[in-house]
Design a protein around this ligand. Structure first.
Ligand code: PRX
Length: 635
């Protein structure tokens, strides 16, 4: 049986075993679950073509392990606590038994609508329990979920629906976030009108109430959809390597890619990392503030916690509504023991001032987590002192959509913590640093490109519909290794600190945005000839979006122009892609072969004018002076 890590010796021996004999190590962890048929082979590795297979020929259903397996022991225990946007006592709760019934009802509803194993279903929903219910229902019948963050625009939603030809969309009528009232169903209709011919039905959950556009033969209310359905539903038997879900994420080129995770390996890895990284103990209330539209929500609001029979809290609001004490009020109200959030939220709440924290009883918190981007030292100390009162270790967890689960992280109370360091790899994870030529950089106190040497159970299986892209992005850059796209440091004691992306991906408030996507949207503006987008430091978001734009005709009013560009970004991507700075320039620094020198644009965006490097080989070096001058004038 899988062993929990309770002290440093456990960690050391688990790590050692996981490296010396990974197959036996992961077989032990997988033995904790209910399998319909045991695997024939633990691992068939392939770090060259990316066809890594785990628990080969094993058969299971992840929802049996999330739900049915717990019914006897903890059927009456809370599975999900839910807190709404509205402060006026808007909360709900579901026990494991209730969640099981709701999932079965919904699964039967899906079947009644003709959904079968392997069909893709798109979710565009607020953070309500029905989202968790329907995701699990989807997994129960073997359909593949593709959750799209409900902050994305109709255009982005349509791209994702089309890419995986989803047969159904599950959405709500509206979504309230803070004081914003978002017309979710209207956005879904707009998206479907953009040639989403695969969509046969749309299920609409009444979240706030209100009038929504309706297409009679296609749309159905959630309550009618589940209404008469039975509360039992046999789970579809899935192969370990059958897809469980698709989640779109931005890359350096082209449109977002659909990262595919499969049933067996993802289950084993998210469950193992959840219990060990958060040192979850039965009865603890665990709260991850992420949205289920991102991988953190998939792995550590739904699957990881439920696989462990945990109490997971879902919050459908924002950290600052109605004021910046909201998180701490919720921690107090639900006596939260483990709290997992993103540096951007920590920075925003820190900036709001300590008075919002004071007076709230946070004494139940014993572990704090951080995810999504590097946490800066100031935010780390504030989190440690003001929220953890110096008694709750911070787990700075490094991982990615593609890794499925946490890869590098301290273990609270077991390994030490050091501000800004994700620190040590979890069992099964073999990080390496390489130089651009792919040579491994050995020793400590070094920096390089972060790769992973050996497959782990929840490694990305493919990018939906385009395996070649998956190989090119992750497995070809450094043959025999998985390439993360991140730069990292290893300190004297072998701890890792992930510094940031080395590709053209910007991490805005912990969300990945590809510069190419932003440029494409900006170029849609009639007066834009060309644009180049880079990241710039931002006190709250971590990185902001800095756009250099060449216009066709002189702009009479820059304020209006900036608004128009931002409108385009909201329309094409969503509000998260709004630019923080837009600079109109007469040209972009280019090499003689016509390539934009982004390095220079990045340095200027960071106001680091002294370290531009050699600009003499540029086609148009004079443009650099113009850009610097403009940057200094407007800063
Ligand atoms: O650059 C790293 C950064 O976020 C990227 C992954 O983004 P995404 O796939 O959206 O997943 C975010 C949630 C897992 C990484 O390539 N990143 C994530 N966590 C950390 C981090 N950078 C530094 N420290 C972290 N703890």
């Amino acid at each position: 049986m899988g062993n929990d890590i309770k002290n440093i010796d456990d960690y050391k021996s688990a790590y050692k075993k996981s490296i010396e004999n990974p197959e036996s190590f992961w077989a032990d962890q997988a033995a904790d679950f209910q399998w319909h048929t045991l695997w024939r082979k633990v691992l068939e590795p392939d770090l060259r073509q990316g066809h890594n297979k785990w628990f080969v020929d094993g058969k299971l259903n992840i929802t049996i392990n999330c739900l049915d397996r717990h019914l006897e022991e903890r059927g009456h225990q809370i599975a999900i606590f839910w807190e709404g946007n509205d402060i006026r006592g808007d909360h709900r709760q579901l026990t494991y038994a209730e969640l099981h019934q709701e999932v079965c009802r919904c699964a039967n509803g899906l079947k009644a609508k003709g959904i079968k194993k392997g069909d893709r279903i798109c979710f565009y929903m607020p953070m309500v329990p029905e989202l968790a219910i329907s995701i699990l229902a989807c997994a129960r019948i073997g359909a593949v979920h593709s959750v799209v963050f409900a902050g994305f625009s109709a255009v982005s939603l349509a791209d994702r629906i089309k890419d995986s030809s989803c047969k159904m969309v599950i959405c709500s009528d509206f979504n309230d976030r803070g004081l914003k009232h978002i017309p979710i169903k209207e956005i879904v209709d707009e998206a479907i009108a953009l040639d989403c011919d695969s969509v046969e039905s749309v299920i609409v959950y009444i979240n706030t109430g209100g009038i929504v556009p309706w297409t009679e033969e296609r749309d159905m209310w959630w309550h009618d959809f589940i209404g008469e359905q039975s509360i039992t539903c046999d789970a579809e038997i899935m192969d370990s390597e059958d897809p469980l879900f698709i989640l779109y994420t931005s890359g350096s080129t082209g449109k977002p890619k659909g990262v595919v995770h499969t049933c067996g390996g993802y289950m084993v890895y998210t469950a193992y990392t959840f219990k060990n990284v958060f040192q979850y103990e039965p009865g603890d209330v665990y709260w991850c503030t992420a949205d289920i539209g991102w991988i953190t929500g998939h792995s550590y609001i739904i699957y990881g916690p439920l696989l462990n029979g945990a109490i997971t809290l879902m919050f459908d609001g924002t950290p600052t509504y109605p004021d910046p004490s909201r998180f701490w009020k919720i921690c107090e109200k639900f006596t939260v023991n483990v709290f997992y959030t993103a540096p951007t939220a920590i920075r925003a709440l820190m900036a709001a001032g300590d008075t919002y924290v004071e007076g709230h009883d946070l004494s139940t918190i014993k572990v704090l987590g951080s995810v999504g981007e590097p946490i800066n030292e100031e935010a780390w100390h504030w989190y440690n002192e003001k929220i953890g009162k110096g008694k709750a270790p911070i787990v700075d967890t490094w991982w990615q959509t593609e890794t499925g689960g946490i890869m590098i992280s301290p273990l609270p109370g077991i390994t030490d913590t050091k501000p800004c360091f994700a620190s040590y790899p979890l069992p099964g994870i073999q990080p390496v640093l390489v130089d651009v030529a792919g040579h491994e950089i050995e020793g400590n106190n070094v920096e390089g490109l972060l790769c992973i040497k050996h497959p782990w159970p929840s490694i990305i299986r493919t990018t939906y519909g385009d395996h070649a892209r998956c190989v090119k992005t992750y497995f070809r850059p450094f043959p025999g290794m998985y390439f993360t796209g991140d730069q990292a440091r290893r300190d004297e004691e072998g701890r890792y600190r992930v510094i940031g992306r080395v590709d053209d991906v910007i991490n805005v408030s912990g969300h990945r945005i590809g510069t190419a996507e932003v440029e494409n949207a900006i170029d849609e503006h009639a007066n834009v000839v060309e644009s180049a987008v880079v990241g710039c430091p931002h006190p709250i978001k971590g990185q902001g979006i800095f756009a250099y734009v060449i216009v066709r005709q002189a702009v009479p009013d820059e304020v209006v122009f900036v608004e128009e560009i931002n409108q385009k970004l909201v329309e094409m991507i969503g509000p998260i892609a709004k630019a923080d700075r837009i600079m109109i320039v007469s040209g972009l620094p280019k090499t003689r072969s016509g390539k934009i020198m982004r390095r220079i644009l990045r340095k200027v965006a960071e106001s680091d004018y002294a370290n531009l490097g050699d600009i003499s080989t540029l086609l148009n070096p004079e443009i650099v002076d113009e850009i610097i001058r403009k940057s200094q004038e407007t800063h």
